[in-house]
Design a protein around this ligand. Sequence first.
Ligand SMILES: [Fe+2]
Ligand SMILES: [Fe+2]
Length: 286
Amino acid sequence: MSRVDEIVARAGELPPFPAVIQRVMALMDDPLVGADKILDVVKYDQAITAKVIKMCNSTILGGAMPVSTLRDALVRIGNKQLLQIILSAGGTDLLQRELAGYDLPRGDLWKHSILCALLAESLCDVVKYDSPDKAFTAGLLHDVGKLAMAEFVAGAYEAISGAAASGKTSFLEAETQVLGVSHAEIGGRLGELWNFDAEMVAAIRHHHAPGGATGESKLPFLVHLSDILCLTSGIGVGADGLQYKIDYDLCKSNGIGSREFELAMIRLMEVEAQFHGIVAMFDLEG
Ligand SMILES: [Fe+2]
Ligand SMILES: [Fe+2]
C-alpha cells in the first residue's frame, strides 16, 4: 500500500461526520427551507440538542428564563446564532483533537476553524458570495484533512518542516513532496466520503490554492482569504500557520484591492470578539 493510500485509508477510519450535521448542511442549501425544518432534523440528535440548550442557557441567556427546547432557543436567540451553535457543536468531537504533527494542542484546530468560519461568513459581502451559512460551514471544515494527516506529518516532521523552512516551498508543498499528498487534498477526499456537495469539497480541497478550483463559485477563494487572515491573528496557529503567504495578485483578480483588504482586516477584529464568546461557551462544556 502506498503512503497516499495509507493516508486515505486512515481518513476512512475517522469517526463519521455527524449525520445530523450532514443533513443540516444539505437543508441549508435550499433557501426555501426555514429554521423549523432544520430543528426537525436536529431534535433527533440528543447529544447535539443537549449541548445547544446547555450553551444557550449558560452563556447567551446567562441563566435568565432558561430554555428547555430547541424551539424556545430559536425564539430567544434567533435563527442565525442558533445555526452557528448547532454547526459548532457538531464539529467539536472531531475538531478538538490534539494534532501533534501540526503542533496543535487539543482544541487549537477547532479554535482556528471557528474563527475562520466566523470570518468567512462575515466576508461574504466583500467577496460577493451569497450563502453566509455555507461560508460558515466551509470555514469550519476547511482543515479537516489535518485529522487524517497529523500522524503521518508527525512521522516526517523534520523533512517537512526543513523543506518549508528553506523558504523555497510552502508547508503545503512540503507535505506533498514528502508524503505525496497535502492535507487540503485529503480534506477533499474526506468531504467526498462524507457526501458533502461538490462546492464544499472544492472549497476544502483548494483552500490554499483556490485558483485550482474549477467552476464559478467564490467559496474556495472566500475560505482561502479567511484562512490566511485568521493565521495572522495568532489564534490556533500550528506548525504551518506562518508558512503561508498572502498572494496579493490572486486577491486582486478576485476583486480584493487595498480598500477591501483593509475592510477584511477590520472584520477580522470584529469577529474575534464573537469568537471569544463562542470559545467561552464551549469551555463551559469541558
Ligand atoms: Fe489548511
Ligand atoms: Fe486553516
